[in-house]
Unconditional design. Structure first.
Length: 248
C-alpha cells in the first residue's frame, strides 16, 4: 500500500493509513504528529514523514486524540526509540498506560458481525495488529492550557464520550479542526458518507460523544480532519449539526 498524504492547509497534512488517519503539522522539517495509526501502519507512518521532508527524529511530540489501538500503534515506538514525548489529556493518561481499556470488545464485535462491513473491518483489524496492546509507558498530560508550543500551535479541546479523555485539536489560524473519533466522515462499518458519529458499539459513552458535538460546533473552522474518512470541507458547526441529526 502506498502512503496517501494530502496537504489540506499550509503545513497541515492528512494521512490515510489502513482504515484510519493521522495528521502531520510541519514547521520546516519539525513535525507534530497527531495519532499514529495501527501497529501495522508503521511503514506507512514513517513513509508519511519522509513524504513531507521530515523524519522520526524531527517529530517534536506525538499528540493522541484517544488511546484506541488504531490511533496509538507507533506512539510507544517513537517514545522509546527517539525520546518523542507522547502528550494527551490527563483523563486519557491511565487509559494509554492500559490501566484500563475503553475499547469495543471482541464479544461486542461478534454480536454485531451480521451488520454490513463489520466482518471485513474485523479481518483488517486483525491483520493490522489492532488487537495487540502497545501501552505508552511514560505518557505526559498537556503541559499548559491553550495552544501547545509545537509545530502548528494546536489547541487541545476535550471532547469526551468516545473515551473519557478524548481530545480534538483546533488550529484557529488555519481554520482546521482535527476531530479524532468524536466526529468522522466515514468508516468501514458505516453505510453513509459525510459527517457522522461512529456506530454506537465503538463509544465508551455514546451520550457524552453526542454532547461533545456541541463543543466541536463551537470551534471556528472550515476544514475537518477526522480519525476516519476523508477531509471534510465546510463549516465545522454545520458538520457537527449534521452528525447530530444522523445520530438520532
Amino acid at each position: 500500500m502506498r502512503v496517501d498524504v494530502r496537504q489540506v492547509a499550509d503545513g497541515t497534512y492528512l494521512v490515510h493509513g489502513g482504515n484510519t488517519n493521522w495528521v502531520l503539522l510541519t514547521d520546516g522539517d519539525a513535525v507534530t504528529l497527531v495519532d499514529t495509526g495501527y501497529p501495522g501502519d508503521r511503514r506507512l507512518l514513517l513513509g508519511s514523514l519522509a513524504a513531507v521532508g521530515s523524519s522520526p527524529e524531527a517529530v517534536e511530540a506525538v499528540l493522541i486524540t484517544h488511546a484506541h489501538n488504531d490511533h496509538l500503534g507507533s506512539a510507544e515506538y517513537l517514545r522509546a526509540a527517539h525520546g518523542t514525548p507522547v502528550l494527551l489529556h490527563e483523563a486519557e493518561v491511565p487509559h494509554v498506560r492500559r490501566d484500563f481499556l475503553q475499547q469495543v470488545s471482541v464479544r461486542t464485535v461478534l454480536r454485531n458481525a451480521w451488520r454490513p462491513g463489520v466482518l471485513p473491518w474485523a479481518v483488517h483489524v486483525l491483520r493490522s495488529g489492532g488487537t495487540e496492546q502497545h501501552p505508552v509507558t511514560a505518557p505526559e498530560p498537556f503541559p499548559t492550557d491553550g495552544a501547545l508550543d509545537l509545530p502548528g500551535r494546536p489547541v487541545p479541546v476535550h471532547t469526551p464520550g468516545h473515551t473519557d479523555g478524548h481530545c480534538a485539536y483546533h488550529l484557529p489560524g488555519a481554520g482546521v479542526v482535527i476531530s479524532g473519533d468524536a466526529l468522522v466522515s466515514g468508516h468501514a462499518t458505516s453505510r453513509i458518507a459525510g459527517p457522522q458519529l461512529l456506530p454506537g458499539m465503538f463509544h465508551h459513552d455514546r451520550a457524552r460523544t453526542a454532547a461533545s458535538l456541541d463543543v466541536l460546533a463551537g470551534l471556528d473552522g472550515d476544514v475537518l480532519l477526522p480519525g476516519h474518512g476523508p477531509v471534510h470541507r465546510g463549516s465545522v458547526k454545520e458538520a457537527a449539526r449534521q452528525a447530530r441529526e444522523r445520530a438520532f
